[in-house]
Design a protein around this ligand. Structure first.
Ligand SMILES: Nc1ncnc2[nH]cnc12
Ligand SMILES: [Zn+2]
Length: 337
């Protein structure tokens, strides 16, 4: 691991907290909750992490999170992630959770949000590691179910910075949720959506025009549409790109084919993120390292991506300025402009 990457101050903007459940924790929580799993042990589960596409991953992701039952389970999962990324010099993180994947199993939203929020607060107190929480709707479910979830979230409105849209992209276009997004916008939520991961470039334009999102999660399909790329660059719409996720879900066949540096060279506000690190082979450092090793990204390009993450995040201008200073000082210490 390069010392430049290890010590670089980082911001994460695309992380599904349920995607941080390592097989060891899945088994520990299953034992604690008296749940029998279909896999013999941790290594059998890990061996199943060989994905053909997004759906084959999602099937296992929804299965793994069924071990989460109590407020303490949600705390432990979130705390394990925060401890890990604190060691990787992550200074700020914006975290997705999938409420419907829990409430549909009978877990109250108060349990889910309570456990996650308690861990986020402790990380802020203990290490000054700041965070925001983003509630993500499952796009394979109905518009009505998303409306219902938005209503259920009302008591927790003050703990939720924004809403997102994830799960099976193809066949579930942004238009399906335009009315839900309009209501969430009225309620003061910030808006993001997954678009252009497996789906077409038109889903990116639709997320901008129909959902009015301020950031696109993934967005790598933008390379299919030069006019869209120019628009994303001109409007400085951030893309929260996840290199190892794209490789493991076969969005790209090889890291050498990844469009990250093309997007950066075209002037887009691209950022580096881990998506579901327990499933895709690495947290933040590993994603930066993969761009360097597999794509030949220079330290200067990685520094620019780290600065882009600060630009794209939801901290105050003062907090952003402090982070920019630290990232630039890190660059100077390594002789990178
Ligand atoms: N990469 C991804 N795409 C869509 N939905 C997700 N849920 C968790 N990870 C996801
Ligand atoms: Zn994602």
């Amino acid at each position: 691991m390069s010392a430049f990457i290890e010590q670089l101050p980082k911001v994460e903007l695309h992380l599904h907290i349920e995607g941080t459940l390592e097989p060891e924790m899945v088994f520990a929580l299953a034992r604690r909750n008296g749940i029998t799993l279909d896999y013999a042990d941790e290594s059998a589960l890990r061996a199943a992490y060989d994905f053909r596409d997004l759906q084959s991953f999602l099937d296992l992701y929804y299965l793994g999170m069924q071990v989460l039952r109590t407020e303490q389970d949600y705390f432990d999962m979130t705390w394990a992630y925060l401890e890990r990324v604190h060691r990787e010099r992550v200074r700020h993180t914006e975290i997705f959770f999938d409420p419907q994947a829990h409430t549909d199993r009978g877990i109250p939203l108060a349990v889910v949000v309570g456990g996650i929020h308690r861990a986020l607060e402790q990380a802020q107190r203990q290490w000054g590691l700041s965070s925001r929480l983003i509630m993500s709707f499952l796009r394979h479910l109905s518009e009505e179910a998303a409306f219902d979830t938005l209503r259920q979230a009302e008591p927790f409105r003050h703990l939720l910075a924004g809403i997102g849209l994830d799960s099976s992209e193809r066949g579930n276009p942004p238009a399906k949720f335009s009315r839900v997004y309009a209501l969430a916008r009225e309620q003061g939520y910030r808006l993001v959506a997954h678009a252009g991961e497996e789906g077409p470039a038109s889903y990116i334009s639709d997320a901008l025009d129909l959902l009015r999102v301020e950031r696109i999660d993934h967005g790598v399909a933008a390379t299919q549409d030069p006019a869209l790329m120019r628009r994303l660059a001109r409007e400085r719409i951030p893309l929260t790109v996840c290199p190892l996720s794209n490789l493991r879900l076969r969005v790209v066949q090889d890291m050498a084919d990844h469009p990250m540096l093309t997007l950066l060279a075209e002037g887009l506000c691209v950022t580096v993120n881990s998506d579901d690190p327990a499933y895709f082979g690495g947290y933040m450092n590993a994603n930066y390292q993969a761009l360097q090793d597999g794509l030949g990204a220079s330290d200067g390009e990685l520094l620019q991506m780290a600065l882009n993450s600060v630009e794209a995040c939801w901290l105050s201008p003062e907090e952003k300025a402090a982070l920019v200073r630290d990232i630039r000082a890190h660059g100077q210490a390594f002789g990178v402009a």
